[in-house]
Design a protein around this ligand. Sequence first.
Ligand code: NAP
Length: 248
Amino acid sequence: MRVLILGGTSEANRLAAEVASAGFDAIYSYAGRTQVPANQPLPVRIGGFGGADGLADVIRQEQFTHVVDATHPFATEISRNALAACAKMNTPLVALERRPWEKTSGDHWIEVADIAAAVAVLPIEAARVFLGIGRQHIAPFAARPQHAYTLRFIDAAEGLLPLPDADLIVSRGPFTLAGELEMMRLRRIEWIVARNSGGEGARAKIDAARELRLPVVMIRRPQLPERLRVESAAEAMQWLGHRADLGA
Ligand code: NAP
């Protein structure tokens, strides 16, 4: 058995730890988006594969017998490529996908389909907005230049930010409720824009918004084709173990 973990999430990191302690032969793959990716207890490769066909070639050349797509729920391109490549190579694939957050009493969510819709629902009058959405998605908010934005990236920004009034925090999660409350109070945040990523590490901002009674523009998850899914590293291990028992 030889496992390819498509990573870049805390779930993938948890799985890597379990895979390493089980002594499985495995490689952890990063897209290479951050300057200093988290260390892994497995051999790591960094960078794209060159689409679905490139990934299929890597699966063949490196003789991977199993692929775990543990990428972020909004990373749809790599997930579609993994489906296509594994179908082409007849390689077993499982998606390790955390549950989306669910609205609870006290939440004031405005659910939208995508970033464009999130921009459109922000108020006309100037507001203080926290964009908890990752740097590659902030440019469309330039269409609402009246707002004062707070951004948070893992690395310092390269070049100019595309928003006229932006305050950048450089920090890597997971974040705590107390920390998020302090950040939002200090910056007098009035609106939050978030994607329904799910998971524990990012949910503190949603809990803080509830506590402060702030509206959250919540971007729904993109739809992916039907695929075998598990929700935890333990279940992914079971899936790998089951296959190993079968001698696959
Ligand atoms: P994406 O749009 O689905 O992928 C774009 C391209 O990046 C893919 O076609 C692939 O290039 C390459 N790629 C993505 N993940 C890869 C991986 N784990 N290993 C090797 N190549 C990978 O993905 P994205 O939204 O840009 O996210 C990039 C990475 O950051 C993902 O691994 C994801 O888990 C992580 N991440 C994303 C988010 C998010 O909000 N989207 C949040 C936290 C972490 P080729 O076509 O050349 O193979």
